[in-house]
Design a protein around this ligand. Structure first.
Ligand SMILES: [Zn+2]
Length: 260
């Protein structure tokens, strides 16, 4: 019983010192206890490593397309996340029908994705979704949830002490996150749906026809294989995803048409 009370007290303190934020666009409340600066620094260094390990596409047309779409949507997202340092790269791996984003604004698209993302509006669906994960700080929320689940005193230690980045990384490893998954954690279904919703509104505002999302996700669903892409791994069922997108579509189309 005493242990329980101690845990609750620690948890309450951790929550007190941690930041409760509001997710842009959706207005959902989210809890963050891991310092954002640490997470961004980790993400940046891991992204640098990934760029050394993975061949980059030398296709000038694909690179230009990703830069163009990325920058256009990033300009819209800047209202909600003004200090992001966006970087968009194309990894040369035709087998990977995938894309991912890391805290701070690092976004990668694999060449395999272009089998499904045939037009710029299709690409905007993916990049909008990835940018939305960054703006909504989903990775940070996942890390915070894992630490909170592991125990109140741990949360207190991470959230309030002036421990250094190295010590915090040890804690991530201790709750089974490691430093890599700490910034590339699989997202929950809630996060996937939220990224769909924010992404489609951003890309509509950036001038891309949001109706492309329907065909795009249908083609993605048809591509499902043994190793599901990031946005298929934990996503809501295809039917749920489509229903939610259809619900949002009138608003997204109105935003798109207002900008024409
Ligand atoms: Zn996603």
């Amino acid at each position: 019983m005493l242990k329980l009370i101690t845990t609750f007290a620690a948890l309450a303190l951790a929550l007190l010192f941690s930041a409760c934020t509001t997710v842009p666009v959706t207005g959902r409340k989210a809890m963050h206890i891991y310092p954002e600066g640490d997470l961004v620094r980790m993400a940046v260094s891991q992204f640098e490593e990934l760029k050394k390990e993975t061949p980059l596409s030398t296709d000038p047309e694909l690179n230009a397309r990703v830069q163009r779409v990325g920058q256009r949507i990033a300009r819209v997202a800047a209202y909600d996340l003004p200090h992001a340092e966006w970087e968009f790269v194309v990894f040369d791996d035709p087998e990977q029908i995938n894309a991912f984003a890391m805290p701070g604004g690092k976004v990668a698209v694999y060449t395999g994705l272009f089998k499904v993302a045939q037009t710029e509006a299709d690409l905007a669906v993916v990049i909008g979704h990835e940018i939305a994960h960054v703006v909504a700080r989903h990775a940070s929320e996942r890390v915070s949830q894992q630490i909170l689940a592991a125990g109140g005193s741990l949360a207190l230690a991470v959230g309030t002490s002036d421990m250094d980045a190295g010590q915090r990384r040890l804690i991530l490893a201790g709750v089974g996150l490691g430093t890599t998954v700490g910034v590339m954690l699989p997202y929950s279904r809630l996060h996937e749906s939220e990224a769909d919703a924010i992404g489609i509104l951003y890309s509509a505002e950036a001038g891309y026809d949001p109706r492309a999302a329907i065909g795009f996700w249908e083609r993605m669903a048809a591509e499902k294989s043994d190793s599901p892409p990031e946005f298929l791994s934990t996503h809501p069922s295809d039917a749920t995803r489509m229903r939610k997108l259809q619900t949002l579509m009138p608003e997204a189309v109105a935003i798109y048409e207002a900008g024409l």
